[in-house]
Design a protein around this ligand. Structure first.
Ligand code: ADP
Ligand code: ADP
Ligand code: ZN
Ligand code: ZN
Length: 776
């Protein structure tokens, strides 16, 4: 029975996704780590059940009208949960923040800095003391009037607008102009205005070229069209618009992303000349603290900002102490190289999550359960220790900390372990262990136990001999200064270093243009699509074959259904209520809009007629609902489908459903899908594969599977370069390039390069001790 003093969160009968009626008890005063292979059901338990239920209760308490929404979206499938505190989730799978958000806004540090400038900044003599709003580029009071607070101005130049000046206007000299009728219209207007549209562009007088491209005038003239077509055209009134005006207007107003992208090609962005890119109006930039403007301070790495503030005295002291206290956890989490003005879209998911974690630390919340999703992603082992301290501090402040994690160090440091498994999808969904870490050792069927407690050394692989070398650099970008790196070809290379040391910057310089690279494939973690219309089956091309199979059934032929009938993206076979999306958006006052299953098709995406066609007893919606693993059985004798499914199984994605929307996939899953489609393609010549932290989101058992695939590529003559923090992967590489020694300005150098055993002994490398621990 539940009493208010019961120290456990007790979950009964959890059936979300693959969970098999899970009963589990987790103490509230612990750091609990949820483990298990990918697809075993960890997230379904931690996020889909515990967090979702806490959120449902919260909605119900603040907004009784939200019941309708909860009813539509569906409460988590769970019998009962007792002892559940309010929950805060820090998840990595989330929508991208707006481009105006920055490190400063995410952490709220910008607000405090503005307050400091308003109250304690040195204002110019005679000037009025500015309000803190006046220091924000996101308010009318603070934004630079020239660039409206964007910091950048977009400009066009003659070179951009007219890439080939040997052409005449009629031949299409003005590349920026719209195509089709509108382009001809503008040409005819110029003709009517008396310009020579048949002269090569470069022979036109300068003032004419200037007017044609840049004028703000919009003269109206009568055009007598001379057409290639036979039809007789009437004269009409045409309005001229210069190429610049057209490009600017399209860029800022067009609703079509394609047109906007095209316009952007004719624009060069430059720092705003008025504010120098600081986005602030001159009055704000006239105020200083410790001799610097607020823009100067916002551009400093946080570690340097904290030092600057520490020197403060007098009245400012109270404000600066608050600021430095709030910067401290950010430094502790290894993010001292970030500056407040860094835009959030340039941060990795892991960096962003840790920033929000640092913000939570100083929020003073207690009595909540924090639910986190692999907070160690992107963290060097050296920084993982700091992360563990931070998690313990959240706990010490009176919170529960539930973490979905794959890294063994995080598991070992947990107070409590919830192991889900034993395998993925329908072969998982049970809790194998819930208790202290050490007690997992006795659980036979746990894949986690094998890695946590088995210390037998890995079989040593023969180090490969490179077939050549790729020289990159000298690179001077971000924190790299004239760095030249040599990557051996035909082997497996791991690039290591603490977060912010410059790994991504360095491998970003590897391009197809470099001598030695025949073909470059970057297998990144970007989504495989941004809408629920793309999914695993459409991305891999597998769905085309599936649709052919359905169109070839007797039933489909009798009804005259072709391949298109089985698409949910075009009219015909799809459900028109949801236009094939399977769900509809529900808007509710004051709450973020959310999705609910389509009332007509219930999520099937197709209309009833289409669903009457079956292949081996399943309709198209039921096939999309199959997991890769089940589909591999179902389509075993259709070679084109079986082959794609086989590669998906090879990279450990057997638990995904064919129709799982792209938007539901994690970065790691997206990356493995890309890798699978790559493996499936016939590979000609030698290819260079670049992967940024491919083990993110993977249980050590899944890492093994993935590594077999990657090493297989190398054995077939290709080159693989990975950025990696997982020392078991690094130890298995042929070559290691270690960057550092620190992050930001404290990094950006190659500290060591060589075979793993050699790098493990390098002095001054932050990686060496951890690599040594795995090798010895
Ligand atoms: P883990 O967190 O252990 O990787 P998940 O909880 O994400 O595993 O997934 C467990 C199972 O539930 C998998 O088979 C997965 O395909 C399925 N699943 C995950 N999300 C959904 C969803 N939104 N709808 C239906 N099934 C899902
Ligand atoms: P790593 O991949 O090792 O974590 P990065 O190459 O991402 O490191 O970063 C190296 C340095 O460059 C850091 O100081 C980081 O803040 C900076 N940096 C990275 N990306 C950007 C960017 N888009 N704009 C400004 N600075 C950046
Ligand atoms: Zn400006
Ligand atoms: Zn529908």
């Amino acid at each position: 029975m539940h009493s208010p003093h019961d120290p456990y969160v007790r979950v009964r009968g959890a059936r979300e996704h693959n969970l098999k009626g899970v009963d589990v008890d987790i103490p509230r005063d612990v750091v609990a780590v949820f483990t298990g292979v990918s697809g075993s059901g960890k997230s379904s338990l931690a996020f889909g059940t515990v967090y979702a239920e806490a959120q449902r209760r919260y909605f119900e308490s603040v907004a009784p009208y939200a019941r309708r929404l909860i009813h539509q979206v569906g409460a988590p499938k769970v019998g009962e949960i007792t002892g559940l505190p309010p929950a805060v989730s820090l998840q990595q799978r989330r929508s991208t923040p707006t481009s105006r958000s920055s490190v400063g806004t995410v952490t709220n540090l910008s607000n405090s800095l503005r307050m400091l400038f308003s109250r304690a900044g040195d204002h110019p003599p005679g000037a009025a003391r500015l309000d803190s709003d006046a220091f924000s580029p996101n308010t009318a009071a603070g934004a630079c009037p020239e660039c409206h607070g964007l910091g950048q101005v977009h400009r066009t130049t003659e070179e951009l607008l007219v890439p080939d000046p040997s052409l005449s206007i009629r031949e299409g000299a003005i590349a920026a102009w719209p195509g089709a009728w509108q382009g001809k219209n503008l040409r005819d207007i110029l003709d009517a205005l008396g310009y020579d549209v048949d002269l090569p562009w470069r022979e036109l007088p300068a003032e004419q070229r200037e007017w044609i491209l840049f004028t703000n005038e919009q003269p109206v003239v009568t055009v007598h069209p001379v057409r290639e077509a036979q039809r007789i055209q009437r004269p009409y009134q045409g309005t001229y618009m210069s190429a610049r005006r057209y490009v600017m207007k399209t860029f800022s107003d067009s609703k079509s992303p394609t047109l906007r992208a095209k316009a952007e090609r004719f624009l060069a962005s430059a720092p705003c000349p008025a504010c120098g890119g600081s986005r602030l109006r001159p009055e704000a930039l006239a105020v200083t603290f410790a001799g610097r403007t607020i823009a100067d301070l916002a551009a400093l790495p946080l570690a340097a900002l904290a030092e600057t503030l520490e020197g403060a005295t007098g009245t400012a002291r109270v404000l600066t102490e608050d600021l430095t206290a709030r910067i401290a956890p950010v430094l502790e989490l290894g993010l001292g190289y970030l500056s407040l003005d860094r835009a959030t879209p340039t941060l990795s998911a892991g960096e962003l999550q840790r920033l929000r974690l640092a913000t939570q630390l100083v929020s003073g919340l207690f009595g909540v359960v924090y639910v986190l999703d692999e907070p160690s992603a992107g963290l060097h082992p050296a920084d993982t220790e700091a992360l563990l301290t931070v998690l313990q501090r959240l706990k010490a402040a009176g919170n529960s900390v539930f973490v979905v994690e794959h890294h063994l160090e995080v598991m070992r440091a947990a107070d409590w372990l919830v192991d889900v498994g034993p395998r993925a999808g329908e072969h998982g969904g049970r809790v194998l262990h819930s208790g202290p870490v050490a007690e997992l050792a006795g659980v036979e069927e746990s894949a986690t136990a094998r890695f946590l407690f088995d210390r037998s050394p890995d079989t040593v692989r023969q180090v490969r001999t490179p077939s050549g070398e790729l020289s990159v650099g000298p690179v001077t970008r971000h924190n790299l200064r004239e760095v030249t790196a040599r990557f051996p070809l035909g082997v497996f290379t791991a690039v290591t270093g603490v977060s912010g040391s410059g790994k991504s910057t360095l491998i970003g310089e590897i391009t197809e243009e470099l001598p030695g690279v025949e073909r470059l494939v970057a297998v990144d973690q970007k989504p495989i699509g941004r809408t629920p219309r793309s999914n695993l089956a459409t991305y891999t091309g597998l769905f085309d074959v599936v649709r052919k199979v359905f169109a070839a059934t007797d039933e489909a032929r009798e009804r005259g259904y072709g391949v298109g009938r089985f698409s949910f993206n075009v009219s015909g076979g799809r459900c028109e209520t949801c236009q094939g999306e399977g769900f509809v958006s529900v808007e509710l006052l004051f709450l973020p809009s959310t999705y609910a299953p389509c009332p007509d098709c219930g999520g099937a995406r197709y209309n009833p007629d289409t669903l009457e066609v079956t292949y081996r007893g399943r309709n198209i919606a039921q096939v999309l609902d199959l997991t890769v693993e089940a589909a591999a059985d179902f389509f075993a004798d259709t070679p084109a489908i079986a082959r794609s499914l086989g590669t998906l199984l090879d990279v450990g994605l057997g638990y995904l459903r064919l129709g799982q929307p792209a938007t539901e996939l994690s970065g790691g899953e997206a990356q493995r899908i890309k890798l699978a489609s790559e493996l499936q393609r016939g590979r000609r010549g030698s290819t260079l594969y670049l992967l940024d932290e491919p083990t993110t989101g993977l249980h050590p058992a899944d890492v093994e599977v993935l590594m077999r695939q990657l090493h297989g590529l190398v054995d077939a003559g290709h080159t693989v370069i990975v950025v990696e923090h997982d020392m078991s992967v690094v130890a298995g590489a042929d070559w290691v390039i270690d960057l550092g020694p620190g992050g930001g300005d404290a990094g950006g150098r190659i500290v060591a390069a060589g075979p793993p055993a050699e790098v493990a002994r390098a002095s001054g490398s932050a990686t060496a001790p951890y690599l040594r621990a795995v090798l010895d």
